[in-house]
Design a binder for this molecule. Structure first.
Ligand SMILES: Cc1cc2nc3c(=O)[nH]c(=O)nc-3n(C[C@H](O)[C@H](O)[C@H](O)COP(=O)(O)OP(=O)(O)OC[C@H]3O[C@@H](n4cnc5c(N)ncnc54)[C@H](O)[C@@H]3O)c2cc1C
Length: 450
């Protein structure tokens, strides 16, 4: 009789969407997985807080229909019924009036809007050429194919080619509203990529909150909470994972390991980084976010899901989300959830301020757009992210390319997160890819069936 084969064992560090997707793929392929998570919940930067009947998405806000890998995972898990389509209505304020753009009808919407002048609308057509050229290059696995478009900032390109008005009222709100960054920092490739991502007739919201995907995955996987991994080292063909947990120090041996963490944490742990990879991760500046979420007694008089103030309308407030419009069940009947996001510099300067002060300042900033809602605040959450996403800047996509040139797909320690592209789809795609590499390793070692 041949002895039973030991299952190939894989440690996964981090129970965000990258780690959970990798663990799910590997477990489904018959490998033995164990997920180490330092927090006491799964989901990382997709976090939903349920409070007094309100559901607050305090990390990631929304999913796009272009998130094909995430949508396939949601279908595989059987939770698609919790995902709701919403009309992508965006409001852009100018001179005291909110101008509506319906992204499901971008051409009709742009032709009809009084947000920008007729001349600006005509000039906007010039963006079609780089958009079409970059269309099939940008993807959620890597933004390195956009390296050709990362030498110039959006502000410089758009002001020269399309005019100040488009920079202020179209490019600015898109970039500020989605990335909390400015068109003076982000490369033109980022605008092309954003337009590509949003070219869809709807956006998605989860009725149970954005974290429902991570929660579902975590209940079907062996996740160990409050386990902070402090070292990952290779020893005699095995990988040792060590750290601190609720019972004190731990140290365990595995056949392979996936470190699914964003740059700062990854730099501390990954044992096998190349020079270019180290350089890229060091240079990846974290974009901080302090966001405020309001549970309101009644909805403000706004029917757009997203209101994106341009810089000239408000320097610091970048994004107002009517979360109660994202999906049913997000607020008790007749009530509302509104989230406020701010530009990175404001968040950095106010990171340590006490919650009540931040709330008052946020309400004051939002007054010009949603009215004075202070008397309607039933409950609220102030969320602080020391690392929300990478701050995009010139040269970023080229550095991603350099990073990728040093990936060793056959190493028993693989690492990734959302930093080679952007958002939840980048995290889920990265988790899938990392799992495929580890599975191939198991096949080569003869421990996993093809
Ligand atoms: C404010 C905000 C708004 C966003 N909006 C959107 C949006 O609208 N749409 C979108 O698609 N994306 C959005 N994102 C980005 C999206 O949330 C991320 O791309 C995605 O969640 C990243 O997942 P991840 O698993 O790679 O990383 P993370 O979610 O950061 O997961 C890493 C996990 O590792 C754990 N960990 C860290 N160190 C250790 C350690 N030493 N040991 C063990 N565990 C550890 C952490 O606790 C965490 O759970 C937003 C993010 C933020 C913060």
């Amino acid at each position: 009789m041949t002895p039973a084969r030991e299952p190939f064992s894989v440690a996964i560090v981090g129970a965000g969407l990258t780690g959970l997707t990798a663990a799910w793929r590997l477990q489904s392929a018959g490998l033995r997985v164990k997920v180490f998570e330092k927090a006491d919940v799964a989901g990382g930067r997709t976090m939903s807080i349920r409070k007094d009947g309100f559901v607050f998405d305090v990390g990631a806000i929304t999913m796009l229909p272009t998130y094909a890998v995430t949508c396939a995972l949601i279908a595989e898990l059987g939770i698609s019924a919790h995902l709701h389509k919403m009309q992508p209505l965006i409001g852009i304020p100018r001179n005291g009036r909110i101008h509506r753009l319906d992204l499901s009808r971008p051409v009709r919407s742009l032709l009809a809007t009084k947000l920008i002048s007729f001349g600006a609308k005509l000039r906007l057509l010039k963006l079609l050429v780089p958009m079409l050229r970059s269309w099939n290059r940008s993807n959620y696995q890597s933004l390195s194919p956009l390296a050709e478009w990362d030498g110039e900032t959006i502000a410089s390109y758009v002001k020269r080619e399309l005019g100040d008005e488009i920079n202020e009222y179209i490019a600015g709100p898109i970039i500020r509203g989605n990335t909390l960054n400015s068109t003076s920092n982000a490369p033109i490739g980022e605008l092309l990529w954003m337009l590509r991502q949003y070219a869809a007739p709807y956006v998605y919201g989860f009725d149970r909150g954005i974290n429902f995907l991570a929660e579902t995955l975590s209940t079907r996987l062996p996740v160990e909470y409050r386990m902070q991994v402090q070292s990952v080292s290779k020893q005699h063909g095995k990988v040792r994972v060590a750290g601190q947990g609720p019972q004190g120090g731990f140290s365990e041996s595995f056949d392979a390991c996936i470190i699914a963490l964003p740059p700062p944490a990854l730099l501390e742990l990954a044992p096998n980084l190349g020079d270019k990879q180290r350089r890229f991760l060091h240079s990846a500046k974290p974009l901080r976010s302090v966001n405020v979420h309001l549970g309101l007694r009644r909805p403000p008089p706004i029917s757009e899901t997203f209101v994106l103030p341009p810089e000239s309308e408000h320097r610091d407030l970048t994004t107002i989300v009517m979360d109660h419009l994202k999906a049913p069940g997000r607020a008790p009947a007749g009530k509302a959830v509104v989230s406020l996001f701010f530009r990175e510099e404001w968040s950095a300067a106010n990171f340590e301020r006490p919650d009540p002060e931040i709330l008052n300042e946020a309400l004051r900033m939002a007054r010009g757009f949603i009215g004075d809602v202070s008397a309607d605040v039933e409950t609220y959450v102030v969320q602080r992210w020391p690392y929300a996403i990478i701050r995009s800047e010139r040269g970023l996509y080229q550095r991603i390319r350099d990073y990728e040139s040093e990936i060793d797909e056959s190493d028993c320690v693989q690492f990734g997160s959302d930093f080679l592209s952007m958002g939840m789809e980048a995290a889920v795609s990265s988790g899938k890819l990392l799992a495929e590499r580890i599975q191939r390793l198991g096949v080569t070692a003869g421990a996993v069936d093809k």
